[in-house]
Design a protein around this ligand. Structure first.
Ligand code: ZN
Length: 230
């Protein structure tokens, strides 16, 4: 119990997506509730931008729910002016299953009209995303969580006469568990690459525990608009 909530905190801080492991779907949802609710309460208390209404209270009004469900941006993209256009490529040897789900995720973000992802490598001054894969075997998955993927923005700020700002981002998937190469994971990791941080809303694609979400919520789209000043 302690170990699992500690891992969720870690996931929130360093930005990877995890999945709790259990054979039983029923048990999964009840366990998640136990672990997530205290986490949400803590986040509300720590965040200076949210209201003081407790998210754990089912009686909260809609206004406070909207405030706390906001999909935030990664700290390194705050106050940075980024182009909306990205050039993306896949690392050599990327399995087709990983390519397929990332391509679906690309389509999802392009459909928002907020960002534009184009196939190619781009120059140093342009935004780039590298899609990749890795293997990470979890020590005791039957008792803990599985890391599904990693992603995040890497902001390069060049000052002086040749001034430019670019995001050279990475979105990567753990291919150790082929059944967990999922569109929801691709959308989550690409969200990080584009500058979205973890959300406390279980409906958001940026919730740190995989809930199989493949549709961006309005809050996810608003979060993206905030990153790209739209
Ligand atoms: Zn994440």
């Amino acid at each position: 119990m302690k170990r699992k909530s500690w891992l969720m905190w870690l996931a929130l801080v360093i930005g990877f997506l995890i999945i709790p492991v259990t054979d039983n779907a029923e048990r999964l949802s009840s366990e998640l509730r136990q672990h997530i609710e205290p986490l949400v309460a803590k986040l509300v208390a720590l965040s200076p931008t949210t209201t003081t209404s407790k998210k754990t209270d089912k009686q909260t009004n809609d206004e406070s729910a909207i405030a706390t469900d906001k999909t935030p941006m990664e700290s390194n993209v705050q106050g940075v002016t980024l182009s909306r256009t990205y050039y993306y490529h896949f690392a050599s040897g990327t399995p087709q299953a990983v390519k397929t789900v990332f391509e679906e995720a690309i389509k999802t973000y392009n459909q928002t009209g907020v960002v534009k992802l184009v196939r190619g490598t781009g120059t140093a001054k342009q935004n780039q995303i590298k899609f990749s894969f890795y293997r990470k075997v979890m020590a005791a998955p039957q008792q803990g969580t599985i890391e599904l993927g990693r992603g995040g923005p890497d902001i390069i700020i060049q000052t002086g006469l040749d001034h430019y700002v670019a995001n050279h981002a990475l979105a990567s998937m753990n291919i150790t568990y082929p059944g967990l190469i999922k569109r929801s994971v691709a959308i989550h990791e690409l969200g990080h690459a584009l500058g979205l941080a973890h959300s406390t809303s279980q409906r958001s694609v940026m919730y740190p525990v995989d809930r199989g979400r493949t549709q961006l919520t309005n809050e996810d789209i608003n979060g993206l608009k905030a990153v790209y000043n739209q």
